[in-house]
Design a protein around this ligand. Structure first.
Ligand SMILES: [Fe+2]
Length: 269
């Protein structure tokens, strides 16, 4: 049994599927296709164990060996996660691995503990957002390149960093990517997010205005799916044709997600 139900016209589908066939990869080709078409796939109250999540993930890609055998704890509590400080950057629209040459293919979360308030996950479809731009604007964006760096996303969390903070952020990789990602399968999407430092070869004023305008455009309601979590929900999204963010929640919240990331398969071009 496999059924996909659209949650909105442009983004997000709920998947109803036989649990064990799903985990063993029985629907992996369908899921890969739907990921590109629908951006975000929701499996309500699936209650995957870490082992099941890892097994399912390995049927649609190569699991990034982070955390415990490919399953990382996402929490703002530094006792739970050693990247808790960077997790606050996830309150802003971004893609995972934008500072790498090959960004992650997909990201998936199982909800273990919910926030008392806030903490929804939002995903926007940047294929649809690009596709709906006026043709003249699409043309104007071709060839533009954007510098992506941790510095940009961390400045949103720490607006006035110390030189020591800045130095630490700059030890991490940064990357220049095209603003429009022309994928191997033929589709094109906007590559934006909190990691955008500047657009190359335009004035700083034009750069910040262009990035702001495109973020406004891409995060309009028709392109956004908002997931309101229940414990046990499993959410999977195509990291290469979307942006995502978490709605803010209390910094002392015990909200806990178990995340698995799939290795990217395609450099941005
Ligand atoms: Fe993320």
């Amino acid at each position: 049994m496999f059924k996909a139900i659209d949650l909105s016209p442009r983004v997000g589908s709920e998947i109803l599927a036989d649990r064990s066939a799903l985990i063993e990869g029985g629907y992996s080709r369908k899921i890969e296709k739907l990921l590109v078409e629908r951006s975000a796939l929701v499996f309500r109250e699936l209650f995957l164990t870490d082992e099941e999540q890892r097994r399912f993930a390995s049927t649609i890609g190569e699991v990034v060996p982070l955390g415990e055998d490919g399953v990382s704890k996402i929490s703002l509590d530094p006792m739970v996660s050693d990247t808790a400080d960077y997790t606050r950057g996830a309150f802003f629209w971004h893609i995972d691995g934008a500072n790498d040459r090959v960004p992650a293919k997909a990201t998936m979360l199982t909800a273990k503990v919910l926030a008392d308030g806030g903490g929804d996950t939002l995903i926007c479809n940047t294929y649809a957002a690009y596709g709906d731009l006026p043709e003249g604007e699409k043309k104007a964006l071709q060839g533009l390149k954007v510098r992506h760096a941790l510095e940009a996303s961390q400045r949103l969390v720490h607006p006035q960093p110390t030189a020591a903070q800045l130095t630490r952020w700059r030890t991490r990789p940064s990357q220049t990517h095209p603003l429009v990602w022309h994928h191997q399968h033929g589709g094109a999407s906007l590559l934006l997010g909190a990691t955008c430092l500047y657009v190359h070869d335009v004035s700083p004023e034009d750069s910040s205005m262009l990035l702001c305008r495109l973020h406004d455009w891409a995060t309009q309601e028709p392109y956004v799916y908002r997931h309101k979590w229940k414990v046990g929900d499993f959410l999977l999204w195509d990291n290469t044709g979307t942006m995502h963010r978490a709605d803010t929640y209390a910094l002392d919240s015990k909200r806990l997600m178990h995340r698995t990331t799939l290795q990217g398969e395609e450099a941005v071009a």
